[in-house]
Design a protein around this ligand. Structure first.
Ligand SMILES: CC(C)(COP(=O)(O)OP(=O)(O)OC[C@H]1O[C@@H](n2cnc3c(N)ncnc32)[C@H](O)[C@@H]1OP(=O)(O)O)[C@@H](O)C(=O)NCCC(=O)NCCS
Length: 404
């Protein structure tokens, strides 16, 4: 059996589409000319060919992620699949190993993905970096504890007319956060603005204060979706973004004004979304945190140097053996001054020691070093852990609402 790992050629993209169509059972489309074949460029792919036949697919989408004030090149992994007759022969391990080198060469110091099964990726150093918070609430229960329904005017707009204002709000919202993508038009179209046959057409409402757009909610509404004797409509929030607390309340109040809606669902709220603090009866949000995005550090020196920091300090970090990306193994001096980091190979003893996977959790600010130490995933004394807590602190919880 001969195995070749290389990018697909343009002429092979329908083979790529065919593998993905089968492996994902139609979520990219059933035909070889599906969205994966049409939208993924051959040079982003890495495929395994067994005796000349395409047996496994993999794509690294070039993306830009906000990391606390800095825009960082990120490799978004998608379309990972091996035909069943070729599984468990190490094809994806070979591809993943090669992909680390390729991303490093392209200056993509971090990579993320949505995992169908986490077991596949944790072994490769990917760590959960965010949650998708799900709410399910009756409009009758959307009431704030202090009776303040927010301020501003919410107007429904034609999606094409309102898009520019929504995009501007999003672009003001994301820079000092971590995990959000710099969205291209296609990402907006696919993840936020697309109609959905089952849920209904997409609606967009913008909140203005003093003539300025300060928030928006993108949503669908469909009748007959729930068992309710008088209010059988279901409203799904695709995205709700607000630049201040008053706008946030006002947008929820707008949602609550849909009298015939018996159920509101939002499946992609960030972990620090304020609804739980504000609702009269938070339990009625039926809040549930589900797995979010998975992140891996491709290149420790570049990733930590490109990250933004809210606190200054110095810390020596030992990264235990990274088999997939051996250049990360070693001890590093991280120095942050005026929010800018430098990283150099260290000759001293480490303050903290951790795996490349635990470093991804820390980098994202998803867990603190103290939390990770409680789980046995970081070692270091109390002073070093507190220092790491401070250095990797993020003002907001990491989040990425975009699927890819
Ligand atoms: C997951 C999948 C891509 C793996 O492809 P493969 O070519 O069989 O992978 P490999 O043989 O290289 O195995 C990769 C590693 O993952 C492990 N693994 C593979 N499938 C797994 C699964 N379903 N659950 C847990 N571990 C799994 C293997 O044991 C192996 O571990 P190792 O590298 O430490 O030895 C393939 O099974 C598949 O296409 N599954 C359906 C689609 C899917 O889930 N894609 C991922 C979407 S995010």
């Amino acid at each position: 059996m001969s195995i070749e790992v290389r990018p697909a050629l343009q002429a092979e993209m329908f083979d790529f589409g065919g593998v993905v169509a089968y492996v994902y059972a139609g979520s990219f489309g059933d035909e070889p000319d599906n969205v994966a074949a049409q939208n993924i460029k051959p040079e982003w792919t890495l495929c395994a060919f067994v005796d000349g036949q395409m047996a496994a697919t993999f794509a690294t989408l070039p993306m830009t992620m906000c990391v606390l004030g800095n825009d960082v090149a990120m490799g978004g992994i998608s379309a990972v699949g091996t035909l069943p007759e070729f599984r468990r022969r190490g094809l994806i391990r070979q591809i993943m190993t090669r992909a680390m080198e390729t991303m490093r060469d392209k200056g993509q110091a971090v990579t993320t993905l949505w995992a169908s099964q986490a077991a596949i990726y944790q072994r490769y150093g990917y760590a959960m970096m965010s949650v998708m918070r799900r709410y399910e609430i009756d409009t009758a229960d959307i009431r704030f504890f202090d009776g303040n329904d927010g301020s501003g005017t919410v107007t429904r707009v034609d999606v094409r007319d309102g898009f520019t204002e929504a995009e501007s709000v999003y672009n003001q919202f994301i820079p000092d956060r971590i995990g959000y993508l710099r969205r291209r038009h296609g990402t907006w179209a696919y993840n936020v603005l697309a109609d959905n046959e089952s849920d209904g057409p997409l609606h967009l409402a913008i909140c203005h204060q003093n003539g300025l757009a300060v928030g928006y909610v993108a949503y669908t509404v469909r009748s007959g979706k729930i068992e309710h004797r008088t209010r059988g409509q279901q409203l799904k929030i695709r995205e709700l973004v607000a630049l201040n607390g008053e706008a946030y309340r006002r947008l929820w109040s707008f949602v609550a004004s849909h009298d015939l809606v018996g159920k509101v669902i939002w499946e992609a709220a960030p972990a620090d979304d304020p609804a739980m603090e504000l609702m009269m009866e938070p339990r009625l949000l039926h809040c549930q945190d589900n797995e979010g995005l998975w992140l891996r550090i491709v290149d420790v020196t570049q990733a930590l140097a490109e990250r933004g920091y809210v606190n200054d300090g110095a810390l020596t970090i030992a990264v235990s053996e990274d088999q997939l990306a051996p250049w990360n193994t070693g001890t590093w001096d991280l120095v942050v001054q005026a929010g800018k980091a430098t990283l150099t190979k260290s000759l001293t003893t480490a303050d903290i020691t951790l795996s490349i996977k635990a470093l991804a959790t820390l980098y994202a600010g998803f867990r603190t070093a103290s939390d990770l130490s409680r789980a046995g995933l970081v070692t270091g004394d109390r002073t070093a852990l507190f220092l790491a807590d401070k250095l990797f602190a993020t003002p907001h919880k990491p989040h990425c609402p975009d699927n890819f």
